[in-house]
Write a protein that binds this ligand. Structure first.
Ligand code: AMP
Length: 285
């Protein structure tokens, strides 16, 4: 596996292997890797000749300094895991490689409201930071395909919109959520849960499944109320539970109002923030 810390060295290498018929698959991550990340790498390997991953904890997408500081970092283990799954190129830049003039952002993206609901409401500026870093990484790597997890569904929708607005020639590939045995969506943040909290956090997925069952003969409003009741347990603090149109990310008041309807939720378990989502109606686009 080739490991680069510097942008110019990565680009020189990628230019030397770039040729007409070789496709590049790119998996951006913030490290503290788990099976969810590795599933993206495996998928990229299946569909491309060269797989490039990155590990970069992007400061501009953190709305709380303490959250950035507490973000888990396990670089040696990450390198080992990527090597084992056969990832070919790893980019691990320092902050100054990506933000040479300090953590300043170039553009203010207008996502037409996609970034103001759900995560955007609780994490102001988060998606501007995500769009900034992904656009910078895409311009450095210039992949044919970009692999993103369904786990961060709103992020996927927003990055896809950013790629469209910037007319970047990259296919955005959505990969399914990888879960623990109790249904908890894998996340780098899960290592900060105690064993009891980790068990308790299985409630998120059970609530989403219950919502899907209820959606057959209840309105989105009723399903939401019930889900919030289920989530309010000792040690769990729900932030939101929204039932949205997968295209606009706006809440629906009837299930037949949108082709694809998704339930998205965020909760705090102890001081760890967890998100998850489940398709309720229709098919992923
Ligand atoms: P992160 O390191 O949290 O920024 O995640 C990097 C990529 O991995 C993002 O596209 C995430 O959506 C994806 N990802 C994280 N957790 C999972 C999971 N449990 N299943 C599938 N993809 C995931």
């Amino acid at each position: 596996m080739y490991l680069f810390k510097r942008t110019d060295e990565l680009q020189t290498y990628l230019d030397s292997v770039r040729s007409g018929n070789r496709s590049f698959g790119f998996v951006p991550t913030m490290g503290a890797l788990h099976e969810g990340h590795l599933a993206l790498v495996r998928r990229a390997k299946m569909e491309n000749q060269v797989t490039i991953s990155s590990i970069f904890v992007n400061p501009t997408q953190f709305d709380e300094a303490a959250d950035l500081e507490k973000y888990p970092r396990t670089p040696a283990k990450d390198v080992e895991m990527l090597y084992r799954v056969g990832n070919e190129v790893l980019f691990m830049p320092e902050v100054k490689e990506i933000y040479p003039e300090g953590e300043k952002m170039d553009a203010t993206f207008d996502f037409g409201g996609l970034d103001h609901t759900m995560e955007g409401r609780f994490r102001p500026g988060h998606f501007q930071g995500v769009a900034e870093v992904v656009s910078r990484l895409l311009r450095i790597v210039r992949p044919h395909r970009l692999y993103l997890g369904q786990k961060d569904f709103q992020q996927y929708v927003i990055v896809r919109e950013m790629v469209r607005q910037l007319k970047l020639e990259v296919e955005v590939v959505r990969c399914p959520i990888v879960r623990e045995k109790n249904g908890l969506a894998m996340s780098s943040r899960n290592v900060r849960l105690t064993p009891a909290e980790r068990e308790r956090a299985g409630l998120l997925y059970r609530t989403l499944q219950e919502a899907r069952a209820l959606s057959v003969d209840h309105s989105p409003g009723e399903v939401k109320t019930r889900a919030l009741q289920t989530l309010r347990q000792p040690g769990i603090e729900p932030e939101y539970f929204e039932i949205v149109d997968a295209r606009t990310l706006q809440p629906v008041s009837r299930f037949d109002q949108a082709e694809t309807v998704v339930a998205c939720t965020a909760v705090r378990v102890g001081d760890v923030r967890l998100i998850d989502n489940l398709l309720l109606r229709g098919e992923w686009t």
